[in-house]
Design a protein around this ligand. Structure first.
Ligand SMILES: Cc1cc2nc3c(=O)[nH]c(=O)nc-3n(C[C@H](O)[C@H](O)[C@H](O)COP(=O)(O)OP(=O)(O)OC[C@H]3O[C@@H](n4cnc5c(N)ncnc54)[C@H](O)[C@@H]3O)c2cc1C
Length: 339
């Protein structure tokens, strides 16, 4: 059922910001998306999934469309793999559980990431050594400008670290309705490239981990580390980990001791944003109704009554401090919605 009405967005965003939307619509099918676009004369709406990576800075007068298309369908199968097609409104972690229960491999390292399937390609979600692109086949999307359907394969999505074409040239131009994945049925590729996950598995004395073991371990690590948005509002990492040149990294090491890093390419490294923020004295800092989490400098939290603007201004303060101290410009991972 499609509805347009004035709505508090508090329960629709994991920051728990009480922004008011004057035009809020839910679509549970591709046809409803097309009808909605026709009704708003193909003007650009705000697209909403689970709201776990979005900050509403103000009340919102622009039309919002929340995608709730459901369904997981096996579209083809061989002895080695299955291809599945998943409605954009399915919860990501429900899909992961669905795959683990049936012993289909590929999504186990991405256990417990909040949000919906349709949003997963937007920032090429990733965790514990795996990214969405590793199992992605294609997605179906409705053009916001014409209502026509386009299928995007992996190349066309132009996936990179926490990014895709949908965050760049095609930002807000397509509403993803469906995502297809290829999952393994046997000889699963167990990915233990992320050192803390490997250690966790070794500490549990597991010598030949199954995808279920990987999923369980990821869940245990995540539960021990990440604040639950149901208890304290947050959107996970607020900023991306900056990727800098080796030359800049060497300069950084001239003034700082033991700068942590991950190799990205022969001439580039990734530096943990949390380390930079912590060095600027922001870890666990509380300011009014907002602040950073006590255990995670990269996670900005809502202590209860923070407005979107308060959270945004606090994030800018962090960004300025990191820029002044390290000459590194942090980029938001969270999508900031102005209006
Ligand atoms: C505690 C916590 C931990 C997290 N951990 C991780 C992690 O490990 N790795 C990671 O990558 N992310 C992580 N995230 C971020 C978040 O879970 C992901 O970015 C997720 O994909 C967001 O999904 P969503 O449905 O909530 O998207 P939303 O917040 O609703 O939207 C995110 C963006 O996608 C757009 N969008 C949403 N749906 C569609 C659609 N159908 N078509 C087109 N555009 C759309 C929106 O306009 C917005 O720009 C974490 C968040 C939290 C709160």
């Amino acid at each position: 059922m499609q509805k347009t009405k004035k709505t508090s967005l508090k329960s629709y965003n994991s920051f728990g910001v009480n922004a008011i939307s004057t035009k809020f619509t839910i679509a549970n099918s591709e046809q409803k998306i097309t009808e909605f676009l026709e009704r708003i004369s193909f003007s650009s709406p705000i697209i909403l999934g689970g709201g776990t990576n979005i900050l509403f800075k103000n009340n919102i007068d622009t039309n919002i469309i929340k995608i709730e298309i459901k369904g997981i369908t096996i579209t083809s199968e061989t002895s080695k793999h299955i291809d599945i097609s998943v409605g954009a409104g399915e919860k990501w972690d429900d899909l992961v559980n669905w795959s683990i229960q049936r012993n289909y491999g590929g999504l186990e390292n991405l256990s417990l990431i909040p949000g919906n399937v349709g949003s997963a390609p937007i920032q090429n979600i990733g965790a514990y050594g795996v990214e969405l692109k590793d199992c992605f086949l294609r997605c179906r999307a409705v053009s916001v400008e014409s209502g026509t359907i386009k299928i995007f394969n992996s190349n066309e999505c132009d996936f990179s670290y926490r990014s895709s074409i949908f965050k760049k040239d095609l930002k807000n131009k397509y509403i993803i309705s469906n995502v297809s994945f290829r999952l393994s049925k046997k000889n699963h590729k167990i990915n233990l490239s992320y050192e803390p996950l490997k250690k966790h598995i070794i500490n549990k004395n597991i010598t030949e981990p199954t995808i279920k073991d990987i999923s369980n371990s990821v869940i245990e690590i995540r539960n021990s580390k990440l604040p639950d948005p149901k208890i304290i509002g947050n959107c996970g990492s607020f900023f991306k980990n900056p990727i800098i040149s080796l030359i800049d990294f060497k300069k950084l090491n001239e003034t700082q001791n033991n700068v942590p890093f991950f190799n990205v390419s022969p001439d580039k490294v990734k530096v943990p944003a949390a380390w930079l923020i912590e060095k600027c004295g922001f870890k666990g800092k509380k300011e009014g109704n907002t602040g950073t989490h006590k255990a995670h400098a990269l996670i900005i939290v809502n202590h209860g009554k923070a407005t979107g603007k308060e959270i945004f201004n606090f994030a800018q303060k962090i960004k300025n401090a990191v820029l002044r101290k390290f000459n590194i410009l942090l980029e938001e991972e969270v999508n900031i919605i102005e209006n």
